[in-house]
Design a protein around this ligand. Structure first.
Ligand SMILES: C[S@@+](CC[C@H](N)C(=O)[O-])C[C@H]1O[C@@H](n2cnc3c(N)ncnc32)[C@H](O)[C@@H]1O
Length: 259
């Protein structure tokens, strides 16, 4: 039997115009698309009418389709000889569990390809017109998970993360933002370090706020965000205020809530 192929495709952070040309072509050419909760509706609309759609969407702490079953599903679908697109929010290999799927496909001898996507860090930073590195402000950037397995406490290198010259991008951090801010400040990151929160970045529902690290947990809670939230912590975050239109000044001259 001819084996099909699986394309592990990054759908980007939400705006369909941020899909790569390769991703858009893969979707247009798919026989079946297996997709996650974070893939925007506007991107799902690009799936051709004739292609099958399988939603394996996950919610935090609740996984309708367990990862092991998704891995097996991809193998089974490919073995039917179809062109399978596994569509994931952002980039499939940045906090996307894409590598677990790739490894299963490799073990099963199924051909696969990885089509990178714009990760939320890049999309949200660009939407806020913020650079993640900037001469004199940030010599590097770290992508960090704010969520650990099975509700275990966060086990992060707090001393290493509390570096004023590094931009921290926190994925999946909303539920643990009190602990994250407390640990970073406790390990020496100044409490007035600028911090940006972006909810549903790059979509028409996008919301942003920029405050100090000390204010971040309260401000993020008060914002009652609904949808995925990304935190950008570091000196560069204040540039969101300089580069924003219609800023409402708050607490200090350089920090503000940005609608
Ligand atoms: C399981 S991770 C997936 C990340 C994805 N693979 C990527 O490269 O962006 C989900 C987290 O990504 C972040 N995220 C994804 N899309 C986002 C968006 N449009 N706006 C804000 N945060 C987003 C949030 O922190 C969310 O909790």
């Amino acid at each position: 039997m001819t084996k099909g192929k699986v394309l592990l495709v990054g759908a980007g952070p939400g705006d369909p115009d941020l899909l790569t040309i390769k991703a858009a072509r893969a979707i247009a050419d798919a026989d079946v698309v297996v997709y996650d909760r974070l893939v925007a509706e506007a991107i799902l609309k690009l799936i051709p009418d004739g292609a099958a759609r399988i939603n394996v969407g996950k919610w935090p702490g609740h996984h309708p389709v367990p990862q092991a079953e998704i891995n097996q599903l991809l193998v089974r679908l490919a073995k039917t000889g179809r062109k399978v697109v596994r569509l994931k929010g952002g980039d499939p290999f940045i906090f996307g569990r894409g590598c677990e799927e790739a490894s299963e496909l490799a073990r099963a001898g199924i051909a696969f390809e990885v089509v990178p996507g714009i990760t939320a860090a890049q999309g949200c930073a660009a939407a806020a017109r913020v650079p993640l590195t900037h001469r004199g402000l940030a010599t590097g950037v770290r992508y960090v998970t704010g969520h650990c397995r099975a509700e275990a406490p966060l086990d992060l290198d707090w001393a290493g993360l509390a570096d004023p010259a590094t931009t921290l991008v926190i994925y999946m951090g909303m539920a643990a933002i009190d602990e994250i801010a407390r640990e970073l400040i406790g390990h020496g990151l100044p409490a007035d370090t600028p911090a940006l929160a972006v909810c549903q970045g790059t979509t028409p529902q996008e919301q942003r706020l920029c405050v100090s690290l000390a204010e971040l947990p309260g401000a993020a809670r008060n914002a009652r965000f609904s949808g995925p939230v990304l935190f950008i912590i570091g000196r560069v975050a204040a540039i969101a205020v300089e580069h924003s239109e219609g800023v409402h000044a708050r607490t200090t001259e350089t920090m503000a809530v940005v609608a």
